[in-house]
Design a protein around this ligand. Structure first.
Ligand code: DGL
Length: 259
């Protein structure tokens, strides 16, 4: 394994590119391969067994491309499958989970909201995590339909605004001052969410923390790529490459193929 081997990332679709952007900006010399399993999105409504099976398929794809480390850039896959992935493969895995801790530490109203998929909110890992914050009121809301709209490129649609309002307004009525985005697709909705929440309510997502953790793991295993000026960033999707290209502002090559 060479330090030039890529970092692999996968998500149920295009959402994990929000994590990729943070990693690429912190670690620009690293080669990366991103896999968008858009054909099978959304993962959030699937059973734990289905999510494990898809996560194994995605991992095999990235290992076949010689990835030195894998970022599970999906809360739903992390909370349902990362334990099984770590048991099955030797490569280091980094997962993403809703950032409850920073919100719980900072809240003044002792009330925070979490918007995530059904698969994440119902997972054992999420329940274990939530149990550590019993002094804070945590309002959980499933983001039904949001991932599909993002995957279809309908981020700016009326339907999106209506759904977001219906999920966020009840949380505001309960006096949240932090809104945790527990799905890697949702950072793409921040401009829309900001139109709904008052200024004192802060949005938290996990992208930066995952990038820092990726840096820590590269350091720990001494597998950083320090070669200047040669990094590549490859994107693969099994459906609707136009939306992925658009979200990447057409700056990178995207391959659409079966996997
Ligand atoms: N980006 C995935 C996540 O972070 C979305 C899951 C889905 O496909 O429902 O949870």
């Amino acid at each position: 394994m060479s330090n030039k081997n890529p970092i692999g990332l996968f998500d149920s679709g295009i959402g994990g590119t929000s994590i990729w952007k943070e990693i690429h900006s912190l670690l620009p010399l690293e080669n990366t391969i991103y896999l968008a399993d858009s054909k099978n999105a959304p993962y959030g409504v699937k059973s734990k067994d289905e999510i494990i099976e898809l996560s194994i398929k995605n991992t095999e794809f990235l290992l076949n491309k010689n990835c030195k480390l894998i970022v599970v850039a999906c809360n739903t896959a992390t909370t349902n499958a990362i334990k099984e992935l770590r048991e099955k493969y030797k490569v280091p895995f980094i997962g993403i989970e809703p950032a409850i801790k920073p919100a719980a530490d900072k809240t003044k109203t002792h009330t925070i909201g979490i918007l995530a998929t059904k698969g994440t909110l119902n997972s054992e890992l999420f329940h274990t995590n939530v149990a550590n914050f019993s002094d804070v009121k945590i309002i959980e809301q499933i983001g039904h339909g949001l991932v599909q709209l993002i995957e279809n490129g309908d981020i700016n649609s009326n339907e999106m605004m209506l759904l977001l309002k219906s999920y966020i307004k009840p949380m505001l009525e309960q006096n949240i001052d932090y809104l945790v985005l527990g799905c890697s697709h949702y950072p793409y909705l921040i401009p829309q969410i900001k139109k709904i929440i008052p200024l004192h309510v802060k949005i938290i997502d996990s992208g930066e923390a995952v990038a820092k953790q990726t840096q820590n793991i590269l350091n720990q295993y001494s597998i950083n790529n320090e070669t200047q000026g040669t990094s590549f960033n490859h994107f693969y999707t099994n459906s609707n490459s136009a939306v992925l290209k658009e979200i990447l502002k057409n700056r990178y090559i995207v391959w659409e193929k079966e996997f």
